[in-house]
Design a protein around this ligand. Sequence first.
Ligand SMILES: NC(=O)c1ccc[n+]([C@@H]2O[C@H](COP(=O)([O-])OP(=O)(O)OC[C@H]3O[C@@H](n4cnc5c(N)ncnc54)[C@H](O)[C@@H]3O)[C@@H](O)[C@H]2O)c1
Ligand SMILES: [Zn+2]
Length: 612
Amino acid sequence: MNINTDTGIAELAARLEHYNAAYRSGAPEISDLEYDLLVETLRGLEPEHPFLQRVEPEEFSGRPEVRHPQPMLSTEKAYTREDLARFVARVRKEAEEIGVLNPLFRVTPKLDGLAGRDDGTVFATRGNGEVGYEVSSAFAKGMVPEGGRGLGMGEMVVVRSYFDAHLAGKFEHPRNLVVGIVSADTVNEDARRALDAGAVRFVPYAMLPRWEGDGDELVRCMEDIAEELAAEVDYPLDGMVAEAVDEDVRRSMGATNHHHRWQIAIKRKGDTARTTVEDVVWQVGRTGKVTPVLCVAATSLSGATIRRVTAHNAGFLEKNGLGVGAEIEIIRSGEVIPKVEAVVHAAAPELPAECPSCAAKLIREGDFLLCPDEHCPAQAVQALEHWFKTLGNADWFGRKTLERMAAAGYDELEKVYELGEEDFRRMGFGPVQSSNLAEAVLLSRTRPVEDWRFLAALGVEGLGTGDSRRLLENFRLEEVPDLTAERIEAIHGFGNVTARSIVDGMKRRGPTLRHMLDLGFRILPTGAARPADAAAPMAGKHVVFTGKMTASREAMQEQARALGALVQSAVNAKTDYLVCGEKVGAAKLAKARQIGTRILTEQEYLALVDGK
Ligand SMILES: NC(=O)c1ccc[n+]([C@@H]2O[C@H](COP(=O)([O-])OP(=O)(O)OC[C@H]3O[C@@H](n4cnc5c(N)ncnc54)[C@H](O)[C@@H]3O)[C@@H](O)[C@H]2O)c1
Ligand SMILES: [Zn+2]
């Protein structure tokens, strides 16, 4: 399959839509592993593709629609211990920021059926996440609500031992039987018997057996935890669900349109195989990082022939003994390119001294090798490619085209935006392509583009589209090159390392940013309310509301945010004000006093906001 073009991407997305519809209607056409691989392929090609930004929808024609009070989301997936460790680290970081020490984690078995929500009266499927289908007739047909009605979200499943004994030959997956029962008006013979045997159930997640403990233990003992929990339930499973328990942590982490940031699915491991490292190839990235890819003896793994394995960085090779001749076990699970799972026989790696693209002497920084040359062709081409791809308002600048332009000396944005049709012809492009390229240069400048895209397109480390958006909710684009790390860090969600990396990156890219602004791009500013001028009393202040307020606490928080404050859910060293309503816990007050946070009554706070 050729999926490196826009049509290829559109085709891949269309295939995913098709497989998803088949799966949700109870008649999957491919295995989950194959499906997940296709999803990850799409993610690799276009991380922001709309298909990946929402819950995969299901449809039950003829059932009434129900809007969920809160969206029912999908889950992010962890396929390896590394993925899980990263999730734990993210939760901890957020917890620390709001003053929760050593946050508690919970693991429950991930039931593999049809998700539903039961509020005691309405029983609905997940649908598209926002709107589901009313299916309480399933209870009338004989589905058993485990633990009783009204227990919230859960999964409709068939008891596994019953399915294995009576239905395995007839249905591919227990979910297909469940979908049949929910969607049809009359149930067939097999379904009738399963229902009569009490083998079709709605299991609220609240009824599931659980493990609770700290993050280190979770990462270390992931397999044992999963094995123990799996042994406790007689339902079909699709891995485990790990999540943060603390309500404040959950609220602070929030959700994307696709999943809760405080929850992750631990999926079963993919297939593994053994092979040997035959060569190590070094690639230069956009920011000058020179990273290795392992070329291995061709081996077959979950239906594909594997020749290349991800290897992260120079430090990874050294720590694991991944040189030519090393014997390794590789794993392919969610991602397209497999990873190293274990090293069977180590071999000392040889690290390059020079950049494979420009031959500059490489610098070592932590685990990474860096090419310091600003005019390194590999970096230049990728930086330009990233620019056009992120702006997304003009096609035509593929890798090959940019390579030719860079070779002719047009290796930075300032130069590219001066190019006209004649210049492209002189580089050897044909007349039609030259005219298209010249027009594309013009279009990318004149078609409207959001400011956060523009900022992210500069390719500064730590400034992807999400962070750019958050930054521009607080500052104007023109201000960004002059921001100090302290001002960036004051924004919720930006840590010290990111803030520094942004400041460093802006030292380099700031002049380009200004130059581009001078060219007169049509930039749409981020709509969100900016904190008013610095004289506004709450702008940039960290504030915690506690106790019972005259107005609702949510309303107070909302108003504070609109005034540019950063609302926290617990007091920590960053907190400027603790605003107290009635009945405030003694522990909270003691902590605030100890740290030296200013404590305000509701009235004092309102006076402050009014500028009195
Ligand atoms: N084979 C195919 O053609 C095909 C097509 C589409 C999707 N799929 C499969 O479906 C999955 C993606 O579907 P998805 O979006 O439903 O998401 P998902 O696999 O991420 O599961 C999310 C759901 O898990 C449920 N869940 C189960 N146990 C839970 C627990 N203990 N705690 C909390 N939630 C729990 C939640 O209701 C949530 O909606 C993939 O694994 C994919 O392989 C397969
Ligand atoms: Zn170089």
